[in-house]
Design a protein around this ligand. Structure first.
Ligand SMILES: [Zn+2]
Length: 72
């Protein structure tokens, strides 16, 4: 019985270490947030500049919005 408690204790400890490790991960993703964000001139959604379409001095999220067409 004592051995079972010891095994459970190790599982809990490993789980806790894994959780604290995962919690520290988002810090590595921060450089991506510094990427320029633009908002679609048609629907106003925010998206990375690299994924946007630049048409007639405005940023759009999709080709359909760059043509001035709203969703549906
Ligand atoms: Zn849009």
């Amino acid at each position: 019985m004592g051995r079972l408690i010891f095994i459970i204790l190790i599982i809990v400890l490993v789980y806790w270490l894994f959780k604290s490790y995962r919690r520290n991960l988002p810090k590595q993703e921060e450089p991506a947030k510094t990427q320029d964000m633009v908002s679609c001139a048609q629907c106003g959604i925010n998206l990375p500049k690299s994924e946007s379409l630049f048409v007639d001095g405005k940023y759009y999220c999709s080709a359909a919005h760059s043509r001035g067409q709203a969703d549906k």
